[in-house]
Write a protein that binds this ligand. Structure first.
Ligand SMILES: CC(C)(COP(=O)(O)OP(=O)(O)OC[C@H]1O[C@@H](n2cnc3c(N)ncnc32)[C@H](O)[C@@H]1OP(=O)(O)O)[C@@H](O)C(=O)NCCC(=O)NCCS
Length: 162
């Protein structure tokens, strides 16, 4: 697999939106992705590209010395090939070079797979927001990683233990 990790361009926005729609029950609008790429100086919009096809997206916001992961998704046809792991490692390590000392995110309480991946990277659950997701009133779990830079996980938590 010949994967390139690179910044998202305006031309990538429709394909990034497609991945978002295929991945989330409450996807971002195409307009909001375009805003992040072109008008938000705090945003770092990253993509995974295989032979010119967009297969993964990660957007984070740099807020002083914190990296906030706003969204992460892999195209359904390309899952379980390590794309999310590479997006996480490379984007967080770029954020570290940019001055980030910690990383933060929120995720649906029922998204065990994502929580497992974040825990494998060393993120810890630090709180929750009751009924945060408006489509089904699901709680958000807040996770923090206090140690940057990151490496690919060696020890992995079984999904059943989440
Ligand atoms: C969560 C998501 C981003 C993972 O993307 P991915 O590219 O398939 O993930 P990776 O292939 O990098 O897998 C990372 C690790 O997760 C685990 N994993 C991934 N998919 C798995 C599955 N279906 N079952 C069990 N473990 C799985 C593995 O431990 C894997 O590491 P390993 O390959 O070294 O064992 C993807 O499933 C997705 O886009 N889901 C919908 C959107 C979402 O939930 N985003 C995250 C919340 S913001």
């Amino acid at each position: 697999m010949n994967m390139i990790f690179r910044r998202m361009t305006i031309e990538d926005v429709p394909a990034a939106y497609e991945i978002d729609v295929l991945s989330f029950s409450l996807p971002w609008s195409e307009r909001s992705i375009r805003f992040e790429v072109s008008d938000n100086p705090a945003a770092r919009c990253w993509v995974a590209d295989i032979d010119g096809r967009l297969v993964g997206v990660l957007i984070l916001w740099m807020i002083v010395d914190e990296a906030h992961i706003a969204t992460l998704a892999t195209h359904p046809d390309f899952r379980q090939q390590g794309i999310a792991k590479i997006l996480l490692v490379d984007s967080l390590n770029c954020a570290y070079k940019d001055g980030a000392k910690s990383a933060h995110l929120e995720v649906r309480a029922g998204n065990k797979l994502a929580i497992k991946i974040y825990k494998d990277f060393g993120f810890e659950i630090v709180g929750s927001r009751d009924g945060y997701y408006k489509d089904n009133n699901e709680d958000a779990v807040l996770m923090t990683l206090n140690q940057l830079p990151v490496r690919l996980p060696i020890i992995k938590i079984p999904l059943e233990e989440i």
